[in-house]
Structures are given as structure tokens and as C-alpha cells.
Design a protein around this ligand. Structure first.
Ligand code: G3I
Length: 481
């Protein structure tokens, strides 16, 4: 699963090659976070499990978090093999001032993806939202048509060879299957803006898959049937449509039971199907029962895609519950993603691993519980050790909480593996291992942990005869039990 090989220009090619080289050496270049030894590493991550099934597993991400939040960046670099810029390729982002393009944030995300051996979904070219303020209300229909052609041509050309799939037109339908009568529909005198947009995008990058992307079209319903009818007519007219994107923004428990049937009917037309923006919002608080239902929902989504050859993969719309559009858009709702706000995996993550054919440790919860104990006084700590394991390999996430009354300015976590695990790669800590004994020391950026606060690190590795989880930990010499 590699990023596209073609490039828009020599200078860009050189920059991206340098970034890819950095990935191999573990260094860092301005603005691009790279995880050492990630390039080419085959681990038991969502991406490796998906790839074993011939699919990708992607994430909708934001450049500011990739550069400013190491926990977020490390998960983005290790768990996924496809990235969709959440906002950075939208018209408002790339041309806030008419005639002046700002490609930097989007370029950085492409570089991040390339350096971590991930592909990119381009999002999006035509929408009625997140338009530059200079655009709506200022132009005639003929001018809008010309502006749209230029926008599509310029943006697709800029990223030519770097984009696996473009969301060419975003959210063209109303819930009743009628067309949204937005500025594009009106300027073109109907839905022919869709065919024109696809044609222009194809002319600029003939190798990119071209999607129409919408929400509430995951099951068979009025809106998805309108999309189906449109795709069928575009194909009949020879328009270069090659993909349908099912956004999949769900409310807990609402994943349609006919999702795979719906995916299959689009695939039967000969187009690819991509699950493009998964989240599953919960009416807060997120109870144990809610999280279990969410796990079921996530598993069902993945299973629906796995069941259809032309379903290319699944993208989740964010990494952690602390960074999601859901909380500001739907007051009272939240917790829609697979990691909590402390970057600890939720039951939904385990359900996806299972749906992808991976093995989740049945001892995960008990290991976590037995490894957690509240310390007291000025040097207390708790540790939650959450492994994911499979034959011969494992990853583990370790969350350390300072339950004492004094802040830590640095930390060293020590423990011993009961099994014969060997750590091969770590994140958010530097690990050393001698036999079964492991020492994990903070990085320069996460040594400070206030009283009551937590920090998180993790590692991946191999095992042969036993991968039993450690149950006793010390932080700075103090036993956490
Ligand atoms: O960048 C500004 C920042 O400078 C300012 O301080 C801040 C204050 O609110 O706003 C920031 O912009 C926000 C932007 O996301 C970047 O974070 C916008 O307010 C906010 O409206 C915007 O929301 C995005 C939303 O699309 C807009 O409709 C979400 O991040 C993005 O995840 C979301 O994604 C859409 C897909 O493109 C299409 N499908 C639905 C999906 C969810 O709405």
C-alpha cells in the first residue's frame, strides 16, 4: 500500500524524497512528524490487519494536531495507511485570497503520509461549505463555472500523482434524494456541475479514483438510491466516476443492517466504495453499555466493507475523543472515536481489530485492572497496561498516572515481562530491555506530569512462547501497587 508514485513537480519530489529518507533515519524535518522505523514496518496495527485483507484503514486528520500533538501524530503514523486532510484541502483553506494559493498545510500532510508509507484521500473539490469568503455572492453563473473549473484543475494538478482518491463532489443530496440547490447547482442550471467536475478532475489526474461523497447513504434508503441512480446515469454517459464515498457519521446503534447490501449494489455498478468519515457519537455519558454498543457498531461497519471486494477501505473521522467535530456540532454528544481523550484504546478499537481478523488479548482488561492500583502520598502512581497481541507479535499502550501530590519533572517506568517479549520499537518513551527487565524513560517533550495528570507511552515487539502482561510497575522507583 504505497502512496502514488507520480509527482506534481521536481521541487516537490525532492522535498518528499527527503522526508521519506528522514523516516528511515528517525529524524524530523520542519512541520513533518515522522516515526522512526515506521516506514516498511509490518506490525499488528489496524493498517497491517486491513492490508492483509486487501483493504486500507484510514484516518481523517488535521495538520495542526500532527505537528503539535505527539500522541496523535504517533497513532496517525503507526495505525493507519491512508490519511484524509480534514480541512486542509478545502477551497477555503487553499485559496483564502483569490488567486493566492496556500498549499503548505496540505503539502505537509502529504509529506507526513509519504514518509510513513501511507496514501492520501483528497477532500474535497466541490462543496457548498468551507468556501473562501470572497466567493459566494460575488460572481455571475458563467464566472462561477469558470472559477470552479480553474479551482479543480489547479488543485488536482498541484497534487497530481499524490492522491489515491479525490472526493470530487461532497454532499450533493438532500435527505429526500433531491439535489441541494446550492451555488453550484444554480450556477450550472442543474446537476450537470457534477459531471463537469468529474471530467475536469479526471483530465488533471487520470490515475486518481474520483468519488462522490455523502452522508446518510450507508444503508439502502431514499438518499442512497438517489446517489445510486446518479452514479448509474453518469456511467451510462461515460463520465469518469469511479467511486462512491459513504461518510458514515453514525449515532450510537444506528449502523444500518443493510450496509453491506448497499455497498454491494454500488460495487455491482463497477465503482469503488469507500467508507470515508466514520464516527459513532454517544449521548453522554459514555457508559460501559454504550461503549459496548459502539464496539458492535464499529465492528459491523468494518465487516460490511470486508464483505465486498470493491470496498477499498474504511477511514475514521479523527483519532481521539478529545479532537472531534462532534462535540461542538452536537451538544450533549461525544466519545465517537476509537481512542479516548487520553489516547487509550476503547472497546471499539478492539472490535475493529477483531473484525479485521486480529486477536485481542482476552487478558487485556484483567491485565489492565491488575496492573492498576492507586498509590498514596507524595509519590503515588497507577499504571494501565493494555496489550494487543497476535501470534508472534504485540503492541502495548501504557498509561501512567501521577496520583501523588508532587509533580514529576521526569519519569522512568520499570517493569518485567513475565513472558519472553522483546520490544522492537517504542513511542513517547525511550525503552531499554535487559532480559525480561524493561526501563522506559520519558522523551524531552513529556517528562513533566502534574499531580493528578497522566502520560502515555507504548511499544511494539515480538514474542515466542508467552506474552503474558506485566502486573507490577514502578515509577521513579516507587511501586505503583
Ligand atoms: O481554523 C479555525 C481556527 O482558526 C478558529 O480559531 C476556530 C474557532 O472555531 O475555527 C477553526 O476552523 C474550524 C475548522 O473546522 C478547523 O478546525 C471551523 O470553525 C470548523 O467549522 C471546521 O469544522 C470542520 C467541518 O467539516 C466544517 O463543516 C471539521 O473540522 C471537519 O471535520 C468537518 O468535516 C466534514 C467533512 O468535511 C464533510 N463531511 C462532514 C464532516 C463533519 O462536519
Amino acid at each position: 500500500m504505497k502512496a502514488g508514485t507520480g509527482r506534481g513537480g521536481g521541487a516537490r519530489r525532492r522535498v518528499l524524497a527527503a522526508l521519506a529518507a528522514v523516516a528511515l533515519t528517525g529524524g524530523a524535518v520542519a512541520g513533518a512528524v515522522v516515526v522512526a522505523s515506521q516506514a516498511g514496518a509490518a506490525t499488528t496495527t489496524l493498517r497491517s490487519l486491513a492490508e492483509a485483507k486487501g483493504k486500507y484503514f484510514g484516518v481523517g486528520a488535521e495538520e495542526s494536531l500532527l505537528t503539535g500533538n505527539s500522541s496523535y501524530a504517533n497513532i496517525a503514523a503507526t495505525q493507519f495507511d491512508m490519511i484524509t486532510p480534514g480541512n486542509e484541502m478545502k477551497w477555503a483553506s487553499v485559496e483564502a485570497t483569490q488567486g493566492t494559493y496556500t498549499w503548505g498545510p496540505a503539502d505537509q500532510m502529504v509529506a507526513f503520509a509519504t514518509a510513513n508509507n501511507e496514501r492520501v484521500r483528497g477532500h474535497n473539490l466541490v462543496w457548498n461549505s468551507q468556501l473562501p469568503s470572497w466567493l459566494p455572492g460575488s460572481f455571475t453563473s458563467a464566472q462561477l463555472q469558470a472559477l470552479l473549473q480553474k479551482h479543480i484543475t489547479d488543485e488536482v494538478t498541484h497534487f497530481k500523482g499524490e492522491i489515491y482518491t479525490w472526493d470530487v463532489v461532497n454532499e450533493p443530496f438532500n435527505g429526500d434524494g433531491s439535489y441541494v440547490q446550492d451555488l453550484w447547482y444554480n450556477a450550472f442550471g442543474g446537476n450537470n456541475y457534477i459531471a463537469d467536475a468529474l471530467t475536469w478532475a479526471h483530465a488533471a489526474d487520470p490515475n486518481a479514483l474520483l468519488c462522490l461523497n455523502d452522508y446518510n447513504i450507508e444503508g439502502v434508503n431514499t438518499k442512497s438510491t438517489a446517489m445510486y441512480t446518479l452514479v448509474k446515469s453518469l456511467l451510462a454517459a461515460g463520465v469518469p466516476i469511479s467511486c462512491v464515498g459513504l461518510e458514515s457519521h453514525f449515532v450510537l446503534g444506528s449502523v444500518p443492517s443493510d450496509m453491506q447490501t448497499n455497498i454491494a449494489r454500488f460495487a455491482a455498478l463497477g465503482v469503488h466504495v469507500q467508507i470515508t468519515e466514520v464516527d459513532d457519537r454517544i449521548l453522554l455519558p459514555a457508559t460501559t453499555a454504550n461503549l459496548a454498543q459502539q464496539a458492535t457498531d464499529y465492528g459491523n461497519i468494518v465487516t460490511a466493507c470486508l464483505g465486498v471486494t470493491l470496498c477499498d477501505g474504511v477511514t475514521v473521522w479523527g483519532i481521539d475523543d478529545g479532537n472531534t467535530w462532534v462535540t461542538s456540532t452536537f451538544p450533549g454528544y461525544g466519545a465517537p472515536l476509537m481512542w479516548d481523550a487520553n489516547y487509550v484504546t476503547k472497546p471499539a478499537y478492539n472490535a475493529v481489530v477483531t473484525a479485521l481478523g486480529g486477536t485481542v488479548s482476552s487478558t487485556s482488561a484483567s491485565a489492565s485492572a491488575s496492573a492498576s492500583a492507586t498509590g498514596g502520598g507524595s509519590s503515588g502512581c497507577t499504571v494501565a497496561y493494555v496489550p494487543n497481541q497476535w501470534t508472534g507479535g504485540f503492541t502495548a499502550n501504557v498509561t501512567v498516572k501521577n496520583t501523588g501530590s508532587a509533580a514529576w519533572s521526569a519519569w522512568t517506568v520499570t517493569f518485567a515481562f513475565p513472558g519472553d517479549q522483546k520490544i522492537t520499537n517504542a513511542w513517547n518513551a525511550t525503552t531499554t530491555q535487559s532480559g525480561a527487565a524493561v526501563s522506559a524513560v520519558n522523551m524531552s517533550y513529556n517528562g513533566s506530569v502534574a499531580a493528578g495528570a497522566s502520560t502515555n507511552f507504548g511499544f511494539q515487539g515480538t514474542w515466542t512462547s508467552s506474552d503474558a502482561s506485566p502486573t507490577s510497575f514502578k515509577v521513579n522507583g516507587t511501586t505503583c501497587t
